[in-house]
Design a protein around this ligand. Structure first.
Ligand code: SIN
Ligand code: CO
Length: 386
């Protein structure tokens, strides 16, 4: 079991009230380096796999960087200079369940916000240069030391270096300068300028968050509406038009009011859609259902045997109350309605990525739990240790 993030100088409550989504903060010794075990060779191995996204970044001059995308041939690592390069591998949590287990340490943040764990290895002087990101991120020092410089400037696209394969900032007035040791965590909200440089060999794990923009939400909602029968815009003529090229004020007003019909209401249908949308997998991380469905009898048997359940490392859960009688468990873009009698069991199930089945509180009718677990295992959202 991975212990939760340890809040020392800044309490968890203060972190959420004052820093989360607002200000950067260094959380000293927030994780045991024991939970952050991955050898540089293993990371390099992942970067050679065809389906895994990886980058190799070298600093080739004061304001010059080179970028190569994986998959890499393993011989490339023998040809690199002694200083100034870094290897970054995306979505390591999706490929290594032991790395995904670290996400349990962030259970004070909704599961649907967790995007991925990116892991980097850098030699002395290595890093990706000064830049901003558009998401919240926890930068965890896993091994070695890294210097982090932060800037309070509100950077825009105009501040990016031209003719550079990376999104690197041209100027970087430094307001804070930190050195992180293994177990230290730097939290950054979106758009804070940061510049990490390895002091000797180091490894950094980045727990990145996600959240759609208003435009992305609206586009996705509109695409959902478009799957059904929708009213279309007609014209408003009462007789022959004088000028057929005129777009009338009435037509414009009609378009506006037609679109109001598509504005979402906070009802059960919208809640189900939103839960599905927020848990949709990134392309390539769609979970296949099991070839052989699991029966409720089988899951009852597992329960009495005290077997373990494991959340699929690609699964993000969102549990919501869709109406007074129904709970809905969303995952992988889908919404599954569940009997409210299962609320205590779901509260435990959704909190831990791995757990023995007999830790789940039994509902008055245990068959309900057996049927639910069978459904979740059949969908592939949960796996048993069979
Ligand atoms: C890293 O180099 O591991 C972190 C990259 C970043 O600053 O986002
Ligand atoms: Co960054």
């Amino acid at each position: 079991m991975i212990p939760p993030l340890i809040f020392r100088d800044v309490s968890r409550q203060r972190f959420l009230a004052e820093y989360w989504q607002r200000r950067a903060v260094v959380l000293r010794q927030a994780l045991s380096p024991e939970c952050l075990k991955l050898a540089p060779d293993e990371l390099a191995g992942l970067a050679c796999e065809p389906d895994i996204e990886s980058r190799l970044i070298c600093r080739t001059g004061d304001t010059e960087w080179s970028l190569q995308h994986g998959p890499f041939d393993e011989t490339v690592f023998g040809t690199l200079p002694e200083r100034g390069w870094t290897l970054l591998v995306q979505d390591v949590d999706k490929h290594l369940p032991d790395v995904a287990a670290l996400l349990d340490a962030f259970d004070f943040i909704p599961d649907w916000r967790l995007d991925d764990i990116m892991i980097s290895y850098a030699v002395d002087g290595g890093g990706v240069g000064p830049h901003i990101d558009h998401y919240d991120v926890f930068l965890i020092q896993a091994a070695g030391r890294r210097r982090w410089r932060l800037s309070d400037r509100a950077f825009t696209e105009e501040d990016l270096l031209e003719d550079c394969p990376l999104r690197v900032l041209r100027g970087f007035p430094v307001d804070e300068d930190w050195v992180l040791e293994p177990g230290d965590v730097l939290y950054l909200p979106p758009r804070v300028g940061h510049w990490g440089t390895a002091l000797g060999e180091c490894m950094t794990w980045s727990v990145g968050m996600r959240g759609p923009s208003d435009a992305e939400l609206m586009a996705a909602w509109a695409a959902h509406l478009a799957q059904g029968e929708r009213p279309h815009l007609g014209d408003s003529i009462k007789g022959p038009v004088e000028n057929p090229t005129r777009l009338s004020r009435q037509d414009i007003a009609n378009a506006c009011s037609l679109m109001q019909g598509g504005v979402p209401q906070d009802d059960a249908a919208f809640r189900r859609w939103l839960g599905g949308y927020l848990t949709e997998p990134k392309p390539g991380f769609e979970i296949d259902p099991c070839e052989r469905p699991t029966s409720a009898e089988q899951s009852a048997h597992w329960r009495t045997e005290g077997r373990w359940l494991y959340r699929h490392p690609w699964a993000r859960f969102a549990l919501l109350e869709t109406d007074a009688d129904t709970l809905t468990l969303c995952c992988q873009g889908e919404a599954l309605d569940v009997d409210k009698a299962l609320a205590p069991a779901l509260a435990v199930l959704c909190r831990q990525r791995q757990l023995p089945i007999d830790r789940l509180p039994l509902p008055p009718n245990p068959d309900l739990l057996d049927a639910l677990l069978a459904e979740l295992v059949t969908r592939g959202w949960l796996q048993s240790d069979e």
